[in-house]
Design a protein around this ligand. Structure first.
Ligand code: PAF
Length: 280
């Protein structure tokens, strides 16, 4: 059965109040739609952990630093609702923009430190937009648990910080990245790749996997990053925003692997920005 779609905050609150009264726990999976298996795995994780599951779909204008990117972001609500059928979610919350940002909205949630590097350094304002909207979605849904993919690992760490710093009573659950058979990390942006670019896109994960082997064998990043960048450029990636080894908790920069280290990459392929990260 396709889950009911709710577009207003009042309707959402009426539903969650009924669930609360019945003593049920609530899980939320915040998304921007264009759902793929990665999102469905989050919905299933929520289904397994909570009595009631809400998936939110809101293409959040405040986290796009490029108007073309916002304009081109895939919007596939009918398909999304159908895909969610298999996961048994209880409600799909697709708020109208004024339900999130009513007239006069003037508040910004901004996280220091964790947002300075990686995607934060390349997408000014992006994580303020994310932090603001997830705070609103946590407070609107009143969820006990919220599920996020490790694919957006920096986002996951920032969201954890926001919930802790603002005392929002929601447990943040990180779930593993889901990949295509050829290794490409699933992302809504993969829909924007041409057939030709799609062939080369997995090279990003392949290069990162090889770097992991080298790091585990004792290599320093300084010794291997040049070769890795050259392989990406040879495969058609035209700009590499970053290819860095960082601590998985505080995201500080590393040269050699340590327990908890992760490798992070963002690179452009024919105008589409792909990101990935793996544990070393
Ligand atoms: O990861 C996303 O899709 C978005 O950043 C999120 C968490 C739904 C906030 O808009």
């Amino acid at each position: 059965m396709i889950a009911p779609i709710e577009r207003t905050l009042a309707g959402l609150r009426a539903q969650t109040a009924r669930w609360r009264k019945a003593g049920e726990t609530i899980g939320v999976v915040p998304t921007m739609g264009a759902l793929h298996q990665g999102h469905l795995s989050l919905a299933r994780a929520a289904r397994a952990a909570c009595d009631r599951v809400i998936v939110t779909i809101f293409v959040n204008p405040r986290q796009f630093n490029n108007p073309d990117d916002l304009e081109n972001y895939p919007r596939t609500e009918v398909d999304d609702a159908r895909k969610l059928e298999t996961t048994g979610v209880d409600l799909i919350y697709v708020p109208e923009p004024d339900q999130i940002y009513p007239g006069g909205f003037a508040t910004n949630v901004s996280v220091h430190g964790l947002t300075d590097m990686l995607c934060g350094a390349h997408r000014p304002g992006h994580f303020d937009g994310v932090a603001t909207v997830v705070s609103k979605l946590f407070l609107q849904t009143g969820a006990d648990q919220a599920f996020f993919g490790e694919k957006d690992y920096q986002q996951l760490q920032i969201v954890r910080r926001v919930a802790a710093d603002l005392d929002i009573p929601v447990a943040i659950v990180g779930c593993p990245t889901i990949r295509e058979e050829d290794g490409l990390a699933m992302s809504s942006r993969n829909l924007l790749l041409s057939d030709r670019s799609r062939v080369y896109a997995p090279v990003l994960a392949e290069v990162m996997g090889d770097m992991r082997d080298q790091l585990l064998a004792g290599a320093a990043m300084a010794a291997i990053v040049g070769d890795a960048q050259a392989r990406l450029l040879a495969a058609g990636f035209h700009t590499i925003d970053y290819l860095e080894l960082r601590d998985g908790a505080d995201l500080s920069l590393l040269d050699r692997t340590t327990p908890g280290a992760r490798l992070f990459a963002a690179a452009w392929l024919a105008g589409v920005r792909l990101i990935d990260n793996i544990a070393i």
